[in-house]
Design a protein around this ligand. Sequence first.
Ligand code: CA2
Length: 160
Amino acid sequence: MLRILVLHGPNLNLLGNREESIYGTETLAMIDSSLNKLSVELGVELVIHQSNLEGELVNWIQEARHGYHGIIINPAAYTHTSVAIRDALAAVNLPTVEVHLSNIYRREEFRQHSYVSGVALGQISGFGSDGYRLALRGLCEHISGSGAKDLSGSHRAASG
Ligand code: CA2
């Protein structure tokens, strides 16, 4: 079974309570529950964490090299500041989808640069909470697509 790590960065625990015009009205618990529901449909296992601490996010990314197939991350403000998160993602080298609720390219200039996008498989920005579900579908398809190629190669070799 595919195992995917979902990470939410700083202040995303406040979702649904403030700045609804930018980030929508759903709480993080609602987003997580819709992701969990989709994961059952897709037959994948999710582990979801939120932290306001950069080092804690880095630790979870590092731990993902044991038994995870991919990462979905909204690094929130750390998107625009964190070389540490970028380095951790590069080090674990798992397919990673970067998600933003808002379209960061329509916002302030300081939000228009992401340290993460250069090491991500792709980025989804501006689709609100749908972005997480799009990311999960896209990541699973990517992994099972590339996994199928590898497996068919090794099966052929093994079965002669
Ligand atoms: O659009 C996104 O998902 C962001 O990653 C959200 C971050 C922001 O720093 C990025 O530039 C774009 C902010 C998350 C904070 O969320 C809040 C939610 C409710 C109230 C206050 C902040």
